[in-house]
Design a protein around this ligand. Structure first.
Ligand SMILES: Nc1ncnc2c1ncn2[C@@H]1O[C@H](COP(=O)(O)OP(=O)(O)OP(=O)(O)O)[C@@H](O)[C@H]1O
Length: 322
């Protein structure tokens, strides 16, 4: 188990992380989400041992003492994939992957490099120099290198940020299945809601230097406690209740995703369409509801200027207000 107790950190005066405590089980996949600058990378660097904290970080009961006590910062059983990939550019893709593997068993080493290149779908480019690879290809090689020595914990900072959509989904499925199979504990700092929703066992939301929410991704998505959390998963509305409910007088607002709101034949809730955006399977309709901007998902295009009637299930509103 990875355990953090009262971990705080400041680069200068202002603390970036304040009294963070949590436990992560071996083999668990945790995603860390939060707005840019909230401290996701800093948290990973603290766990890896690049930054010092007065708090306590333990793995399987052993305290990790951090850079003030280790000659070479960074724990050997942890791999940290930073946002800059730190590859050896003159070396080939394969040599980068095998950089930390022992030369004592050359056949074993070759087999391991091949296995890893397959995981990141880079077998065809094994002999190409890293400097000649694209950003996404370099990122995949850096991922393979991080896995090479089978770490006990892997810390991934925006691991798919340079990889195209087409490849990303397949790579994600392969990588996270591989980590589960090997029981490698994984923490992913990400802006990408798919990383958080589809693959994580648990999601931490960071805000103002603290763990603002800690839960199953499904629960955080379905019942977002507030707009900040809902917005991390995509477009979100924060609508005045009185614009949705007759006789409502309070100033309460409710968090609703665009797909929570339906366009119906008739209803007392009327809005004027301002813009329509094609989103593949659906259109995102931007409309004005009593002066408030509202986003609604709909199967077909609707022209600006048209008046639409909207409906939201009562039960959903009640649940979101709880
Ligand atoms: N080396 C540094 N020196 C001083 N301040 C830093 C340093 N690195 C980060 N910071 C500051 O610490 C805060 C947290 O940064 P961090 O990189 O951990 O955030 P993040 O959530 O990972 O951001 P992003 O999502 O944009 O990658 C930011 O305000 C940032 O400006």
């Amino acid at each position: 188990m990875l355990k953090l107790q009262k971990v705080s950190f400041a680069y200068h005066k202002e603390p970036v992380l304040k009294n963070i405590s949590f436990e992560i089980a071996q083999g668990e996949n945790v995603s860390v989400i939060g707005e840019s600058g909230c401290g996701k990378s800093t948290l990973l660097k603290l766990i890896y041992g690049l930054l010092h904290t007065d708090g306590k970080i333990t793995w399987k009961g052993e305290e990790m003492l951090g850079p003030n006590f280790n000659l070479v910062p960074g724990e050997s059983f942890i791999k940290y994939l930073a946002q800059d990939f730190d590859l050896m550019l003159p070396l080939s893709a394969a040599d980068n992957v095998g950089k930390h593997l022992s030369n004592f068993y050359p056949i074993k080493k070759k087999r391991r490099i091949k296995e890893l290149l397959e995981v990141v779908e880079m077998e065809d480019l094994a002999d190409k120099k890293a400097k000649l690879l694209s950003g996404g290809q370099q990122q995949r090689i850096a991922l393979a290198r991080a896995l090479a020595k089978e770490p006990e914990i892997i810390l991934l900072d925006e691991p798919f940020s340079h990889i195209d959509h087409f490849r990303k989904n397949n790579l994600r499925r392969k990588l996270f299945a591989y980590l589960k199979e090997k029981n490698i504990t994984c923490i992913v700092a990400t802006h990408d809601s798919t990383d958080a929703l589809s693959f994580a066992d648990r999601t931490f939301v960071l805000k103002n230097g603290s763990i603002y929410a800690d839960g199953r991704p499904e629960d955080l998505y379905r019942n977002p406690p507030n707009k900040y959390i809902a917005a991390l998963f995509g477009d979100v509305n924060h609508i005045m209740l009185k614009n949705l409910k007759d006789k409502e007088t309070s100033r309460k607002r409710v968090v609703l995703y665009p797909h929570d709101i339906s366009i119906v034949k008739s209803s007392p809730i009327k809005a004027e369409v301002k813009n329509t955006y094609f989103k593949g399977e659906n259109f995102l309709i931007q409309a004005k509801l009593n002066g408030e901007d509202i986003l609604v998902e709909h199967k077909t295009d609707i022209k600006p200027g048209e008046i639409i009637a909207l409906s939201v299930p009562e039960k959903l509103i009640e649940d979101r207000l709880k």
